[in-house]
Design a binder for this molecule. Structure first.
Ligand code: PGA
Length: 298
């Protein structure tokens, strides 16, 4: 971690949890979160039908961001099965996962489609969580860095530096996702450093220095500290371990503790969204986790 960047811990629930199950998660998770200082951007990305339940449960007023797992770049039209930015905004979303490897591989999302979605999310004032990462075959062929560099260049083509700084990048080696076999922390840190160098080429040093780079792929409370110890890793995108409120909370607490421990961390970093590159695009409600809000237990 570099404590000049506010850590991000994002839950990607994929196709898991009904609205009732999401509400039960929130009840358990928010109870744990109540005593935590606000040092981490926590994002929960449920399936679409669970978005209203979490929005209405008051996540934003507890400083937790709501995200979608996908979006269509068009504002409306004949796109069966798709949803627009406006629809996501209406149910409280502030973040959108873009270009997850499951969408690239199983739903034929091209680099061009990913780029269109990144632009749509930025145009809509939200934060894209842009996923990049190599397959096992690509890694074994020594192509990992080139693949990731190419994905970044394609996704950020034509994005102005001040907008690019709002992007969150998730480096997720495909072979580590959902396998229980994470990357070695040092390898993830090494790739995160390469990602940041590539971002500097694409968007300049200032933007690259502000962009949060996450590691994703079988992150758990047992291995997260190793990733957080990497200077260029600013958090995690978490699948399996985010489904359980206790393990997801453990990840948030580890990131908060890591953030607090760094002497280089600016004192104002506890102040909330003012120090986040997401400035101005966060939840509308007041931040702060000390008090339970009406509706939390629904
Ligand atoms: P995992 O999923 O934590 O279950 O490996 C990560 C992801 O796909 O974002």
């Amino acid at each position: 971690m570099n404590r000049n960047r506010r850590p991000v811990v994002a839950a990607n629930w994929k196709m898991h949890k009904t609205p009732e199950e999401a509400a039960a998660f929130w009840k358990a998770f928010s109870a744990r979160l109540a005593g935590e200082p606000d040092r981490v951007d926590v994002v929960v990305c449920p399936p679409y039908p669970a978005l209203p339940a979490l929005h209405e449960a008051g996540m934003a007023s507890r400083g937790v961001y709501l995200g979608a797992q996908n979006v269509h770049p068009a504002s409306r039209g004949a796109f069966t099965g798709e949803v627009s930015m406006e629809m996501l905004r209406a149910v409280g979303c502030t973040h959108v996962i873009v270009g997850h490897s499951e969408r690239r591989a199983q739903f034929a999302e091209s680099d061009e489609m990913v780029a269109g979605k990144v632009r749509a999310v930025l145009d809509g004032g939200m934060t894209p969580i842009l996923c990049v990462g190599e397959s096992l075959a690509q890694r074994e062929a020594g192509q990992a860095e080139a693949v990731v560099a190419g994905q970044l260049a394609a996704a950020l083509e034509g994005v102005a530096p001040e907008r690019a700084s709002r992007v969150v990048v998730a480096y997720e080696p495909v072979w580590a996702i959902g396998t229980g076999r994470s990357a070695k922390a040092a390898d993830a840190g090494d790739m995160a450093a390469k990602v940041r160098r590539r971002l500097a080429e694409l968007a300049g040093d200032t933007a690259a220095g502000r962009i949060r780079i996450l590691y994703g792929g079988s992150v758990s409370p047992d291995n997260f500290s190793g990733f957080l110890a990497q200077s260029e890793v600013d958090g995690a995108l978490v699948g399996t371990a985010s489904l359980d409120p206790e393990s997801f909370f453990a990840l948030v607490a580890l990131a908060a503790a890591g953030s607090a421990a760094d002497p280089a961390r600016p004192a104002e970093a506890d102040a909330g969204p003012g120090v986040s590159p997401d400035e101005g695009v966060g939840p509308a409600g007041p931040r702060g986790r000390g008090t339970a809000q009406e509706g939390d237990a629904q």
